[in-house]
Design a protein around this ligand. Structure first.
Ligand code: PLP
Length: 383
C-alpha cells in the first residue's frame, strides 16, 4: 500500500514513538505537583515549550499546549470573541476554512456575532483588499487559514496581518497554520499574526496534541474552567508524553522544511502534469499552492468510488478533509471556491510527505490511469 493522505494524518517518526512511550513509562508525575516527580514533569514541559517556541522564533510564554488544533482553533476564536466583545461583534473569515474554524464561527453567529465571509477565487485564495474592505467599526476578529487542507491554496496571511496591524491594530488576527508548518516558511515575528494554531499529527508527531501561539499582551477568555495550567489559559493536566513528542516533531519539521518543500514541489509537478493531460479531470490546486497537496475532480464520478478503486490498486488517497469525508455531501471548500456540485462531489485529494519518492509518484500515476480505465468501462456510469 502507498499512503498519500499525509494531510489527514502523517505517520509519526520512530523517534517520536519511542520518546512518547519512554516519557509515559518514566515521567508520569503531574507537572503541577511540587515533589520531585512533578518537578521532573514540569522540566520536560518547560523544555518542550522552549523547543516549540524556538521552532517558531517566538517566546516560550507565547505558546500554550492543547489537545490538538481543533481545540486551538476553538480557543482562539471563542476566546478572543468573548474577551473582546465589548469592542464589537463583527468577525471576518471565509467559507473554505477547516470545520473547527467554520463551526466555531457558526456557533459565534448563533450567539449574536455578525459574520462576513469574504470570497475566495477559483484557486481558493482570498484577496487582501477584500479582507480590508470587509472591516467595519465593529470588527474584532479576522480568521483565515494559512494553507487550505483540501486544495493546498495559500492565503497571503503575512500581507493581511501587516496591513491589519498598520491600519487596525486592535483587530485580532487568527491563522490556522496546521497545513503550513513544516511545508512552507512560517515566520510569525513581524507578521501581524496574533494567534497561530498547529497540530502534532500533521507533522509526524502524535495525535491528540497541538499548540496555540498567543502573541504577548493578547488576552483570551479560557474555554476550560479548572486549574491554573498553561498560564491559566487552558485548565487540565498537561499531557507531557504527547507534548514532548510534539516538540520533537516541531524541531524536525522546522529543520527539514526548506529541503522538503523543494523535494515535494518536484513530485507535485509530476502529478499536476499528469492530471492536466486528462481532459475529463479538473485541477483544483496549482503549483502556487502548498507543495504537499494536489486536488482534482472527475465530474460525474463519485469521490468515494474513485477512492475505493484506488484502494484496490494499493493506493490510499482521500476525498475532502478527513473531518468531513464521512458525510456524503459535496465539499464545502470547493463550493466556496465557486465550483459546481459535480466538481465538488467528485474531488480527490492526494497529500504527500517526506517519505515519498519519485518511484511512488509514478506508481500513483499508473494507478490513477488504471482507475480511469476501470471506471470508464462501467456501462452507464456517467448517466
Ligand atoms: N485545521 C486544519 C487546516 C486541519 O487540516 C486540521 C486537521 O484536519 C485541523 C485544523 C484540526 O486538527 P486536529 O486534528 O489536531 O484537531
Amino acid at each position: 500500500m502507498l499512503y498519500f493522505d499525509y494531510a489527514a494524518s502523517a505517520p509519526p517518526y520512530e523517534d517520536v514513538i519511542r520518546t512518547v512511550s519512554e516519557v509515559m513509562k518514566l515521567h508520569y508525575g503531574n507537572a503541577s505537583s511540587i515533589h520531585a516527580y512533578g518537578e521532573n514533569a514540569e522540566r520536560l514541559l518547560n523544555k518542550s515549550r522552549s523547543v516549540c517556541a524556538e521552532a517558531l522564533n517566538v517566546k516560550p510564554d507565547e505558546i500554550i499546549f492543547t489537545s490538538g488544533a481543533t481545540e486551538s482553533n476553538n480557543l482562539a476564536l471563542k476566546g478572543a470573541a468573548l474577551r473582546y466583545r465589548s469592542r464589537g461583534r463583527h468577525i471576518i473569515t471565509t467559507r473554505t476554512e477547516h470545520a473547527s474554524v467554520y463551526e466555531s464561527i457558526k456557533f459565534l453567529s448563533e450567539i449574536g456575532y455578525d459574520i462576513t465571509y469574504v470570497p475566495v477565487d477559483a484557486m481558493g485564495r482570498v484577496k487582501t483588499e477584500d479582507v480590508l474592505n470587509a472591516i467595519c467599526e465593529e470588527t474584532i476578529l479576522v480568521s483565515l487559514m494559512h494553507v487550505n487542507n483540501e486544495t493546498g491554496a495559500v492565503h497571503p496571511v503575512v500581507e493581511i496581518g501587516q496591513a491589519l496591524k498598520r491600519k487596525h491594530p486592535k483587530i485580532v488576527f487568527h491563522v490556522d497554520g496546521v497545513q503550513a508548518y513544516g511545508k512552507i516558511p512560517v515566520q510569525l515575528a513581524g507578521s501581524g499574526i496574533d494567534l497561530y494554531s498547529i497540530s502534532g499529527h500533521k507533522i509526524r508527531g502524535p495525535k491528540g496534541v497541538g499548540l496555540l501561539y498567543i502573541r504577548s499582551g493578547l488576552e483570551l477568555t479560557p474555554l476550560m474552567s479548572g486549574g491554573s495550567q498553561e498560564q491559566g489559559r487552558r485548565a487540565g493536566t498537561e499531557n507531557i508524553p504527547l507534548i514532548v513528542g510534539m516538540s520533537k516533531a516541531m524541531r524536525l519539521a522546522r529543520e527539514r522544511q526548506p529541503e522538503l518543500k523543494a523535494r515535494l514541489e518536484r513530485l507535485q509537478i509530476l502529478l499536476l502534469e499528469e492530471i492536466s493531460q486528462h481532459p475529463e479531470w479538473v485541477l483544483n490546486s496549482s503549483e502556487e499552492g502548498a507543495p504537499h497537496i494536489v486536488h482534482f475532480s472527475y465530474p460525474g464520478m463519485k469521490a468515494e468510488v474513485m477512492l475505493h478503486t484506488l484502494e484496490q490498486l494499493d493506493i490510499i488517497v482521500s476525498t475532502q478533509s478527513a473531518c468531513s469525508s464521512k458525510q456524503a455531501i459535496p465539499s464545502r471548500v470547493l463550493l466556496g471556491m465557486g465550483k459546481s456540485e459535480a466538481i465538488a462531489d467528485s474531488g480527490i485529494r492526494i497529500s504527500l510527505g517526506d517519505q515519498h519518492t519519485e518511484k511512488d509518484i509514478l506508481q500513483l500515476i499508473q494507478a490513477m490511469r488504471q482507475m480511469k480505465e476501470r471506471l470508464a468501462s462501467f456501462e452507464g456510469w456517467n448517466s
